[in-house]
Design a protein around this ligand. Structure first.
Ligand SMILES: NC(=O)c1ccc[n+]([C@@H]2O[C@H](COP(=O)([O-])OP(=O)(O)OC[C@H]3O[C@@H](n4cnc5c(N)ncnc54)[C@H](O)[C@@H]3O)[C@@H](O)[C@H]2O)c1
Length: 386
């Protein structure tokens, strides 16, 4: 294969147009085609990047112009487009989340496995936080085992989104168009990081609610989590909070890791909690603690989304291991579906989430979905990613 991967971007709206621009900064990648069902969007992008534009994914996939696609359509379309692309022997990078449902994500994973065997296709998911230095360092800390047996996890995602943001697309924040609210749209990155570091809980008891926005899906969710080893976790997410924050903690027998906007902090116990509790005889004693120095890997010139796409291109060209393999995107969908299913049924949910139960629930929610009357179409890349 040539030293450059020819990419098509499917869905060239806010995020997809960002990908179109970013591809030009990656030496191993080249934008060769776009597809968007919106004529205005595809004409503008085609003119800006001087590439052919197709009016649907199928035409782009069959064009022979691309080796790989980035799927940046609304979430419901990620699985069918990915499955079709894999059947053509292409490489697929899906935007987050993999899909709205675990069954949709499963379909991508099994198509990817078949295509890997038959054509050598690669499957990636756009979890760009995995490429950030502090997060990579946190992964090394977890893998080193210095925290000991994990006892507690905690994830707080307190963000803000305006009503104008929700009004900017007809698909946004509807059961029929998006398949959920803050859980499916804003939370996947942090949920991916949380499960990448702390693993997938075996039991989820969750609540979702709509507190502040005029939307039919949740703008707030919280959950209690149980892990296979008996550890517990707590999770909160919202688009109603300012000042905004995002942070997670993973607390083990031997120490604690904190990862938030200020970076990574690891503190270790000189004696593990379990050993200290067994052997100490002093009434008010507790384990001495020490900061644990962690080296943060330096990020290259190409960062964030572009770093994930560059790694994906290098995986195709040179077999470089993927930073964000597509199949690992399933865990975030398990958590999202688990919390929504638990809230709607009032019961705790075990993972893997019952595929048939969630499919039935989402069909019911889609059927209840109302056409939005307050849409002011606006496809603008988040300035942080532009
Ligand atoms: N990784 C990130 O940081 C990040 C950030 C924002 C959005 N996203 C993801 O990107 C996806 C798109 O979000 P957005 O904010 O860009 O939405 P958007 O509405 O701005 O853009 C979506 C585009 O897809 C087009 N489209 C819809 N269905 C299509 C189809 N079947 N085939 C071709 N084109 C189609 C629409 O016309 C639109 O131009 C979502 O899945 C979202 O979660 C990821």
């Amino acid at each position: 294969m040539a030293e450059v991967v020819r990419f098509g971007v499917i869905g060239a709206g806010g995020m997809g147009s960002g990908h179109c621009g970013m591809l030009g900064t990656i030496p191993e990648a080249e934008l060769t085609a776009v597809a968007d069902i919106d004529a205005g969007v595809r004409t503008a992008i085609s003119a800006k990047y001087s590439v052919p534009a197709f009016e649907n994914a199928t035409e782009l996939l069959e064009s022979g112009l691309v080796d790989a696609v980035i799927i940046a359509t609304p979430h419901y379309d990620h699985p069918p487009i990915a499955v079709q692309a894999f059947s053509q022997g292409l490489h697929v990078m899906s935007e987050k989340p993999l899909g709205v449902t675990v069954s949709g994500a499963d379909s991508m994973i099994s198509a990817a496995k078949e295509a890997a065997k038959e054509y050598g296709s690669k499957f990636g998911v756009m979890y760009q936080m995995r490429a950030e230095g502090p997060n990579l360092a946190a992964k090394s800390v977890i893998e080193s085992g210095v925290l000991g047996d994990i006892r507690r996890t905690n994830l707080v995602m307190g963000w803000y989104r305006s009503q104008a943001y929700y009004n900017s697309g007809g698909w946004r924040a509807t059961w029929a168009g998006e398949g959920g609210g803050v859980l499916i749209n804003q939370s996947p990155h942090a949920l991916d990081l949380f499960t990448w570091l702390g693993g997938l809980p075996v039991k989820i008891t969750g609540t979702t609610r709509t507190v502040l926005h005029d939307i039919e899906v949740e703008d707030e969710a919280f959950a209690v989590l149980e892990y296979a080893n008996g550890a517990h976790g707590y999770l909160y997410t919202t688009t109603n909070q300012s000042p905004q924050q995002q942070g997670l903690e993973i607390c083990g027998d031997k120490g604690k890791l904190t990862l938030d906007y200020s970076g990574l902090k690891v503190v270790l116990n000189e004696t593990s909690v379990s050993e200290f509790t067994r052997n100490n005889t002093e009434m008010w004693a507790s384990p001495e603690t020490q900061p644990y120095p962690v080296e943060i890997p330096q990020e290259g010139e190409i960062k964030s989304h572009a770093a994930i796409t560059q790694n994906f291109a290098r995986a195709i060209l040179f077999g470089e291991p993927l930073i964000a393999p597509g199949e690992e995107g399933l865990n975030a969908v398990e958590l999202i579906n688990g919390i929504i299913l638990s809230s709607k049924t009032g019961e705790s949910v075990s993972t893997p989430v019952d595929r048939a139960a969630y499919d039935a629930l989402i069909e019911e929610l889609k059927a209840s979905s109302k056409r939005k009357t307050n849409v002011v179409e606006n496809r603008v890349t988040d300035p942080k990613f532009a």
